[in-house]
Design a protein around this ligand. Structure first.
Ligand code: OMP
Length: 273
């Protein structure tokens, strides 16, 4: 999917919501545990109930890798279900990869070719040759960690190196890499004060913004300085949506939470100047 197509979907659905499929077997409704694949059964129900309210889904691979082969199979079934039934939805493998070049190439193949995700999250710490193998894939997107939502972001990312904060150097330097047009960036919703500065460096790139809901970030604050001419935002909520209820009505409860966010997003899209 191209970024132009993503913006079209956002305007059509009046939503820039990304739903995080971070499935913890201990948090899903008990009746699903009788299913042959409880994780996929949970995801399918959530997707069926929410696909019209969001433009992206983001399974965090940790929640699948934690269950070994069965978890990876549930991830594969989930991405196949999305690609077969909802090809207009943007898919993000939240795997936070990045390694020496030939290893990164294999990670890129795993997520872009074998699993056919539209994008993958990548850590910038190992630099250019660790990220360019991901960028080489046409119409696939590499979502680079810029300024993360957690407290530890202040350990390194905001530290000045030669007078410039490290996260700003990540933004500036990554723009010079081959196929940098395929870059998106992670900026946490808990760091809303930084969005204006970030937009000065990357005015149009899409930002994946986790950290609303459970982590305390506010949608309005993010949009005030983060929204671009092409909207340029994918705001993620995982626990705040998928665990709205653990009763038999869990999917409807998740849809209600997603609808509340979509309505807030629609209002913002209509009133943005
Ligand atoms: O790359 C991410 O998606 C990510 C980056 C970041 O800075 N902070 C962050 O919370 N995330 C992920 O976004 C999701 C947030 O989940 P909730 O806090 O439950 O909405 C989790 O999958 C995190 O791993």
């Amino acid at each position: 999917m191209t970024t132009q197509e993503l913006t079209q979907q956002i305007l059509k659905k009046q939503s820039f919501l990304c739903i995080g499929l971070d499935v913890d077997i201990h948090k899903i409704p008990k009746h699903l545990l009788q299913e042959s694949d409880p994780i996929f059964a949970f995801n399918k129900a959530i997707i069926d109930a929410t696909h019209h309210l969001c433009v992206a889904y983001k399974p965090n691979t940790a929640f699948y890798e934690a269950y070994g082969l069965k978890g990876w199979q549930a991830l594969e079934k989930t991405i196949n279900y999305l690609n077969e039934n909802h090809p207009d939805i943007f898919t993000i493998a939240d795997a936070k990869r990045g390694d020496i070049g030939n290893t990164s190439s294999m990670y890129a193949k795993a997520f872009f070719e074998d699993l056919a995700f539209d994008s993958v999250t990548v850590a910038p710490y190992m630099g250019k040759d660790s990220v360019e193998p991901f960028l080489a894939f046409k119409n696939k997107h590499t979502i680079l960690l810029a300024l993360t939502s957690n407290e530890g972001a202040f350990d390194f990312q905001t530290k000045q190196v030669a007078g410039v904060e490290l996260y700003k150097q990540v933004l500036e330097t990554s723009k010079t890499w081959a196929h940098s047009e395929n870059l998106m960036y992670v900026v946490g919703a808990t760091k809303a004060d930084y969005f204006a500065e970030i937009r000065k460096i990357i005015p149009n790139n899409f930002l994946l913004v986790p950290g609303v809901g459970a982590q305390g970030g506010k949608l309005k604050d993010v949009c005030k300085y983060g929204m671009a001419a092409n909207v340029g935002l994918l705001v993620n909520s995982s626990r705040g949506i998928i665990y709205a209820s653990n009763t038999a009505n869990f999917a409807e409860a998740a849809a209600q939470k997603a609808r509340e966010m979509q309505q807030e997003m629609s209002y913002i899209l209509k009133h943005v100047d």
